[in-house]
Design a protein around this ligand. Structure first.
Ligand code: ACO
Length: 353
C-alpha cells in the first residue's frame, strides 16, 4: 500500500513546531502563534524558532552580500524570475569559508541576506539603482527600504512583519521536507536552502498568492463568483488560496492575517471583495467537493496583506521564502542532530522485459 504524496505519513520527530489540522492550531516550540506573533519582532521569533530562546539575533552586521554573490546576481539576465535568481545566488554561498562557520551562524547569515538578494535582483529587473542595507532599520523595515528606496511607514512594517512572523515555520511542509532530505545526505546548509527554494516556487506551495490575486481580479472583472469558480472547477483547476494538506478547518494564520488587514486598513474595497468571495467560494467548494473540508489557507489573506503594502505579485513567493528560511534552517539543523538519510521505497509497476 503506497501513500501518494506521503499523505499522513509521519517522517520525523520535531521540537520546532506543531500543526494541529483538526483544531486549526499552530504552535512554535509549544507556544500558540496567535499569542506570540504580535508580541515579538522577526529577529526575536527567528531566534525562538532556531533555539527556543527569547532573545534577538543581530542581522544588521551580516547583511552585506559577499562580492562574488553580488556579481552572480548582476550577471543573471533580468528575465530570470526572482525565485530562480535567489536560488542561484544562495547556491553561490557554498564557498569553503562559509561552510566552515558553525551551522547556526550560517542560518543567521542566510536569513539576514535573503532579502538583500531578492531586493537586488528585483531592482535590477526594474532598471532601478541598487539600494544598500540601512543599519538603522530592523530586518523587516530594511527589506521594504531596499525594495522601494523609501523609508516604510510603521503600518507597512507591522503588516509585513505579521505576515513574516506567521509564515516563518510550519512543520514538515514540502519545502522544509526538501531541506531535510537534502541535509540528511550530510550535504550542507546552503544546499538544503537551495533545494527548499526550488520546492517553494511551485503554485501548489509558495506560488499560490499571486494566483489568488489573479483569481480575485477575474472575479472583479466578471462580477460573478459562482461563474468564475464553477468554470475553473469544471476545467479541473484548483482554486488558489483554498485547501490545505493538514488543516481541515480554517488556517489559523489566515484568520490572524484577515484580522490584521481589517485592523490596519479598515474598510478596503479589495479586502471587501476577498471576504465576500471567501464565503461564497467555501460554499461552492462544499457543493462541488463534498466532504473535502476546503477553507482558506494562509495564501488567501497573504495576498491581501501584500497588496495593502503595494508589494508587486512577483515578490510574493520570494517574500514568503524570506520568512520560511527560518523554518528550513531550523529543521535542517535539527535533522543533523539525529540524522538518518531519507530513502523511502518505490514499487516497480512497469513491464519486466
Ligand atoms: N480547489 C479545488 N479543489 C481542491 C482544492 C482547491 N484549492 N484543494 C483540494 N481540492 C480537492 C481536490 O481536487 C481533491 O478532490 P478529488 O479527490 O475529487 O480530486 C480533494 O480536494 C483533495 O485534494 P488533495 O490534492 O488530495 O489535497 P492535498 O492535501 O493533497 O492538497 C493543496 C493540498 C495542494 C494545498 C491543495 O488544497 C491545493 O492545490 N490548493 C490550491 C493551491 C494553494 O492554495 N496552495 C497553497 C497551500 S498553503 C502553502 O503551501 C503555504
Amino acid at each position: 500500500m503506497i501513500q501518494k504524496g506521503l499523505k499522513d505519513v509521519v517522517a520525523v520527530e520535531t521540537k520546532i513546531a506543531s500543526v494541529d489540522g483538526e483544531k486549526g492550531e499552530l504552535r512554535y516550540r509549544g507556544r500558540k502563534v496567535d499569542e506570540i506573533v504580535g508580541e515579538a519582532t522577526f529577529e526575536e521569533l527567528a531566534t525562538f524558532i532556531w533555539n527556543g530562546k527569547k532573545e534577538s539575533v543581530d542581522f544588521k552586521s551580516v547583511r552585506k552580500l559577499p562580492e562574488h554573490v553580488e556579481r552572480v546576481i548582476d550577471t543573471l539576465p533580468g528575465e530570470i524570475s526572482i525565485m530562480d535568481a535567489t536560488r542561484t545566488a544562495v547556491s553561490a554561498f557554498a564557498h569553503l569559508s562559509f561552510k566552515e562557520l558553525p551551522l547556526y551562524e550560517q542560518a543567521v547569515n542566510l536569513t539576514a541576506t535573503l532579502p538583500v538578494i531578492i531586493a537586488r535582483h528585483y531592482r535590477k529587473q526594474q532598471g532601478l539603482p541598487i539600494i544598500q542595507p540601512d543599519s538603522t532599520l530592523n530586518h523587516t523595515a530594511n527589506y521594504l527600504w531596499m525594495l522601494n528606496g523609501e523609508k516604510p511607514s510603521d503600518a507597512q512594517v507591522e503588516a509585513l512583519e505579521t505576515y513574516l512572523n506567521l509564515t516563518m515555520e510550519h512543520g514538515l511542509n514540502a519545502s522544509t521536507f526538501a531541506a531535510r532530505v537534502t541535509i540528511s545526505t550530510e550535504s550542507d546548509l546552503t544546499a538544503a536552502v537551495t533545494s527548499a527554494l526550488g520546492t517553494m516556487k511551485g503554485p501548489l506551495h509558495g506560488g499560490a498568492p499571486s494566483g489568488v490575486i489573479d483569481l480575485l481580479e477575474e472575479i472583479r472583472e466578471v462580477g460573478d463568483v459562482k461563474a468564475v469558480i464553477e468554470k475553473k472547477l469544471s476545467e479541473g483547476e484548483r482554486i488558489m488560496g483554498f485547501g490545505h494538506r493538514v488543516y481541515k478547518t480554517e488556517d489559523p494564520r489566515s484568520i490572524l492575517l484577515r484580522e490584521k488587514c481589517l485592523r490596519l486598513h479598515g474598510k478596503d474595497e479589495w479586502l471587501d471583495l476577498a471576504t465576500q468571495a471567501e464565503k461564497e467560494i467555501i460554499e461552492l467548494l462544499a457543493i462541488h467537493k463534498p466532504g473535502r473540508k476546503l477553507y482558506t489557507n494562509v495564501e488567501f489573506y497573504a495576498a491581501a496583506i501584500m497588496r495593502s503594502i503595494a508589494m508587486p505579485p512577483e515578490l510574493f513567493t520570494p517574500t514568503f521564502s524570506a520568512a520560511r528560511i527560518v523554518g528550513w534552517t531550523a529543521h535542517a539543523i535539527e535533522q543533523l542532530s539525529d540524522n538518518t538519510i531519507f530513502r523511502p521505497q518505490s514499487i516497480y509497476v512497469g513491464n519486466m522485459l
